[in-house]
Each structure stands twice: as C-alpha cells, then as structure tokens.
Design a protein around this ligand. Sequence first.
Ligand code: SUG
Length: 417
Amino acid sequence: MSLVEINFDGVVGPSHNYAGLSLGNLASARNARQVSHPRAAALQGLEKMRANLRLGLHQGLFVPQPRPAHQWLAELGTTLERAEPGLRANAMSASSMWAANAATVSPAPDTADGRTHLTVANLRTMPHRSHEWHATLAQLRVAFRDERHFAVHGPVPPAFGDEGAANFMRLTEQHGQPGVEVFVYGLSGGPFPARQHLEAFKAIARRHRLDPERTLFVQQSEEAIAAGAFHNDVVAVANERVLFAHERAFEDKGGFLGELSSRFPSLEYVEVAAAEVSLDDAIRSYLFNAQLVTPPDGRTTLIVPEEARETPSVWAWLQRHLAGNGAIRRVEVVDVRQSMANGGGPACLRLRVVADPATVDPRFLVDEVKLDRLKDVISREWPESIHPDELADPRLVSQIEAARTALLGALDLSELR
Ligand code: SUG
C-alpha cells in the first residue's frame, strides 16, 4: 500500500481526573476538582475512533501510561502516599491521552533520508506532562521500530519547551507527496506560558533533515495564547491544501500567508473572521481543534466536538460555509465531553502519521473488531468516577493499575508494562 494518513488516538487512561493542572488551559481551570468519569471518557474516545473508521480513515491507538508515575515520584524523593496533593495529582494525570502532544512527525516525502521522522515531545512546561515522554518514547519505538521507514528521536533538551504536533501543520497536494511543514511557536502569552519554543522546533527541523525551502517557523499570536489557545491547534488546523484558521491565530498573518502561498501556491486558506466568531467562542467551542480529513470519497471533512454545535456563532458559520460550497464539504460531530472538560478536543486526542500501514506494528492499528474488544475491557475495568481527593486511595490505585494491565493484555502489548 502507498503512504496514507493514520490517526493514532490516545486511549483515555483509567486515572482520568480533573485536577486543574494546566495554567492557560481555561477548561482545565474551569473544571478543576470536578468528579471525572474515566470509563465514559475512554468509551467516548473509542466511539470517535469508530466514527473515523466508518468514514474510511485509517486508525491507530496509543495505550495509556503507567499511573501512578512511581518512577517520577521516586526521582522527587517521595511516593504517592507521602506526596502532597499537588504532586500526587501530577503523578496521576491521564494527560498522555492527548496524542497530538506525543511527538512531532515529519512524513517520509519531506525528509532527506526518505524516512518518517518522529521526535517525542519533552512537554517540559507543565509538571504533569513533563514525565510523559519516557513512556511515549518506549511506545513509539515499538510501534515504529522498522528503521527502514522510521527514525524515532528522543526529546529536545528541556532548555526549550516542545509540545509536539499540536503546534505543527503540513500543507501538501496529497499526504504521500512532499509538503511544506509549518512550525508554530509562542513568544509570550500574556498571563499564560508560551509552551512551544522556537529553538525546540528549529532543532526538530534539523534532526528531521527537512528542506529549509519547505519549512516555515511562524509565531502564534500572543492574543490567542492569552485568550486560552495554549496550543496552536486550538485556533488553526491544516489538511492537504486547506488551512483553516481563526483571523487572530498568527502574530503576523499577512507575512505568514505571503510566505506560505509562495512556497505552496495551491493553498486554500479558509479564515474565520473575529467579527463572525470571536476568539472566545472559537476557544470555548474548539471549532479548530477539529480533525480536518480527506476520507476516500475525497470530500474534505471537519470532525468537531459537540460543543461546536452548541455554540451558536460557530454552528451558524459552519452552516454558511457548507451552503456556500467552501473547502470544507462535510461536518461530523463527536462526543468527547470528558476530554473537552480538560481542554482536549478531537484533534488533541490524535497524532497524525503518514505511513504505509504495513510498516507499522499492527498491534497499534485498530478495526471495529478490536474496538469491540477494548470496549469490553474498558467497561469492565475502568473506574466509573474519580474525585481528585481520592487519588491516593489504595483501592483506586490498584484498580487503575489492573485496568491498564488488562488493556495491554488485550492488545498483546504486555511488553510495555
Ligand atoms: O496539555 N490538558 C491538556 C490538554 C492538551 C490538549 N492538546 C492539544 N491542544 N493538542 C494540556 O493542557 C489538563 C489536566 C488537568 O488539569 O487535570 C491537561 O493537561
């Protein structure tokens, strides 16, 4: 088979909880200390994958990480029982579900050695995410271990923050053809941290052996970060020739679009004006944290969360766009409310990898039969609910550990324990 886009979704882990850990992520702050529903969350994630399969898309998954993060706590000289609640929450987060932050991926047609390069993200800005990379790297090294086709890199040194593909876009005629890679960094976010640093992305572009002529570094607008767009994928998304973005997404929109269209003349830029959808509505609804995909029928499709349908300005914009035969030809709605309440929409939950599926470890690829099997495991093993005060409860901790072990068993991935 030729190169296709495969979406790898993070399975929502059994410790999914609302601890309000992400400064600058408004949903995380708003829902801090709410009761979470890990089982419902993981089942919502599976149904999203199923919907993608039914559109004819290729689908993969990543498994949840070991929680509690015993190793990290040990490095900090403590244990789950002894740690104070803040640290404990950082060791119990299920945040690796947001696979868009797992790595940055440069597909084979863009790299000098003709291999797909992946750099695991260091996620150093947020403590609860800073320890994800070890288990993510272990997983990438299994899933993409065929060195004829893939090069998997360790993290960029933590001097420079890197949040992976959430700040990355690629424009191309077709996924399997060479593209222009766009790296979006933050300089300042007003009261909030700019999590993606330019130096980290420059390092990644060098390591991935990209052609400088087809590589762009673009500053995310400070206004967008300050309004709650802690990653660029909250205000922009690209697929093949289409770039779909909010008017206020980039610091120097004119300069960026000029550069991009000179390097990629067939660009179709679809802008949502602030006068039609405010930055606040865009961020609340996650209109742009959508999966923009090309199913086999060729109709560019936007997969949005329910919250987009519930935000009147956003839904009206989409209806107008569809009626006017714009670049987006179809809108699909998915329910990922449990993830959304922590600031993770449909696009956060997936990492895009352009590859020949036959070169990927098949245990990371899914079909409906495998999803049914996972549904059984999750329905049986995942906690129904978690209150943040329960995070050190030994019974809950054993259930969380046993649940993950059961999932790895069902996927024949026990080596990742
Ligand atoms: O890093 N939320 C994640 C959401 C990541 C979304 N990813 C993309 N935009 N691609 C984050 O802020 C919340 C955890 C908590 O508060 O319990 C959290 O980590």
